[in-house]
Write a protein that binds this ligand. Structure first.
Ligand code: SF4
Ligand code: SF4
Ligand code: FES
Length: 255
């Protein structure tokens, strides 16, 4: 019988350890189904019955962002990562799994992405709309702009870009590349543009756009192929314009 090993960095904060599990090789097995096999029979390579490995998943189709983990050291989604191509590529039948290192660990492969959602709040990453009366049709958006906005809107707050960014660590306040992309998305919307200043001003502070070192790791790992570095460049220009507006005390266009 052909088998492979999942070597998992598991445990709770301060008490992490590697544990290996041997599993049957099957065509089209992905990381989540391998983890489900362990859940059914949590016996490690030493033959010991252990607590089942804990992980998170929701949509199983790369939309919710909850199954992010380091797979052979690379940040990606467990639900869309097949085992066989990894074995073929690495010529090794051992695949390593670990939780992201830049987020608070909860247990095994589960960590908290709360900081990303808190950062979205800091930049007003939504559009305030008063729906108490009919506004009629919204402003038209050109197809070119729609294309850019659609790509930005596919962000699932998975954290891969944050994990890969060298500027993000325990001591830094950098909001991260995903935030820049979401500011670009909401500012590109003709209705959202009225509150551009609310999204740009937090990016002028410590942790804002100037903390990006332009290493471009983020754009390489984003599972949704969001043009993060383009967004960072565009937001950099907008932040400069906003700081000039503020310097000359131009009025905000909030409605
Ligand atoms: S380009 Fe900026 S945000 Fe992206 S990984 Fe590099 S430092 Fe981080
Ligand atoms: S920008 Fe890409 S990598 Fe970053 S959180 Fe969104 S989907 Fe994930
Ligand atoms: S389970 Fe939703 S992205 Fe993987």
């Amino acid at each position: 019988m052909s088998t492979f090993r999942l070597k998992i960095y598991r445990g709770t904060p301060g008490k992490q350890y590697w544990e290996e599990f041997e599993l049957k090789r099957r065509p089209s097995t992905n990381i989540i189904s391998a983890l489900m096999d362990i859940q059914k029979n949590p016996v490690n390579c030493k033959g010991e019955k252990v607590t089942p490995v804990v992980w998170e998943a929701g949509c199983l189709e790369e939309v919710c962002g909850s199954c992010s983990m380091l797979i052979n050291g690379f940040p990606r989604q467990a639900c869309t990562t097949l085992i066989e191509p990894i074995i073929e590529k690495t010529k090794s039948t051992t695949v390593t799994l670990a939780p992201f290192s830049k987020f608070p660990l909860i247990r095994d492969l589960v960590f908290s992405r709360d900081s990303m959602f808190e950062n979205l709040k800091k930049v007003n990453a939504w559009i305030d709309v008063d729906n108490t009366f009919d506004h009629g049709p919204g402003p038209k958006i050109s197809p070119d702009k729609q294309e850019v906005m659609y790509s930005l809107s596919t962000c699932m707050t998975c954290g891969c870009c944050v994990e890969a960014c060298p500027q993000i660590n325990k001591r830094s306040k950098f909001l991260g590349p995903q935030i820049m992309a979401q500011v670009r998305l909401f500012n590109a919307n003709p209705t959202g543009a009225h509150q551009k200043h609310k999204r740009l001003r937090p990016l002028m502070e410590e942790g804002g756009i100037n903390d990006c070192g332009n290493a471009q790791n983020c754009v390489r790992v984003c599972p949704k192929k969001i043009p993060l570095t383009d967004a960072i460049a565009a937001i950099g220009r907008d932040v400069t314009l906003q700081s000039l507006r503020d310097f000359f005390s131009f009025p905000d266009r909030d409605v």
